[in-house]
Design a protein around this ligand. Structure first.
Ligand SMILES: [Zn+2]
Ligand SMILES: [Zn+2]
Length: 270
């Protein structure tokens, strides 16, 4: 039985958790350790079940709590060498992941087996030292995680077709960003090739590249607080998918849900 919970999602912190056969895999931990532990205990999740941490990239909203949890529970941390190196230089991280717990996992490496999870990675363009998307397979499911997406690549098009469950960024509403009080340089950074992806872009991408015989659930992640609203993200993406012939939100149809920024979702059995 595979279970999933999103602890938080967005520029104030990202953290997702997969649990199968008592093996817990954390993907990013971008909030303070106290808040993280509080969420975990509120949901009755034992910290001792966490066996490993997988990191997408080195921005603080993805790694803030990683070194402390890794040290406290002697957890291995898997990500690319570039991300490890940048975390070591990150001044916002007062503690560092001990060297013997840093495991390099590069794109093109063979699949990484962690407990019941078989993992491979792919490149996601972004303005960090490096950014990894992950494909996490179990016997029955294929969970794909792609966040902080500057733009979509042919490799990402291919990867998404395998997903039964997809966590994908839907960062901003194009109108809201254009009319926001963000200065122009920041608007350009966000919408640029190495920034973030809009609701419309994500909707179009999904409508074209999901495999309708496989996909069961899409979670929209990393929604902007300033330039997006969960209802807008959901409406824009749903509209694109509905136009492509998907039925959404009905029994047997595709499930699409925006992930909350600060509050955990329920622990869901996939
Ligand atoms: Zn981020
Ligand atoms: Zn980022």
């Amino acid at each position: 039985m595979l279970q999933f919970i999103s602890i938080c999602s967005g520029s104030s912190g990202n953290c997702y958790y997969l649990l199968q056969d008592g093996y817990g895999l954390l993907i990013d931990l971008g909030i303070g350790i106290r808040k993280f532990k509080q969420h975990f205990s509120n949901y009755g999740l034992p910290l001792a079940q966490i066996q490993a941490i997988l990191v997408t990239h080195d921005h603080t909203d993805h790694v803030k709590g990683v070194p402390v949890l890794a040290r406290d529970f002697r957890l291995p941390v898997y990500t690319s060498e570039l991300v490890h190196a940048s975390m070591m230089r990150n001044h916002y991280l007062s503690k560092k992941v001990p060297l013997n717990q840093q495991h390099n996992f590069e794109r093109g490496d063979g699949p990484l087996q962690l407990g019941p999870f078989e993992i491979s990675s792919f490149a996601v363009p972004h303005d960090s030292a490096d950014n990894n998307g992950y494909v996490v397979r179990t016997e029955e499911n294929c969970i794909v995680v792609m966040t902080d997406i500057g733009h979509f690549t042919p490799e990402m098009e291919a990867v998404v077709g395998d997903a039964t469950h997809l966590i994908i960024e839907s960062n901003y509403d194009e109108e809201m960003l254009a009319h926001s009080r963000y200065p122009l340089y920041l608007q350009r950074r966000i919408s640029g090739d190495r920034g973030h992806i809009s609701n419309r872009e994500t909707g179009d991408f999904l409508a074209r590249h999901l495999n309708r015989d496989r996909i069961r659930q899409v979670w929209l992640c990393h929604l902007s607080a300033e330039n997006n609203q969960p209802a807008k993200a959901l409406a824009t993406v749903s509209e694109a998918l509905t136009a492509a012939g998907y039925t959404i939100g009905v029994p047997g149809g595709l499930k699409v849900d925006p992930l909350p920024r600060h509050t955990p979702t329920l622990l869901q059995t996939l």
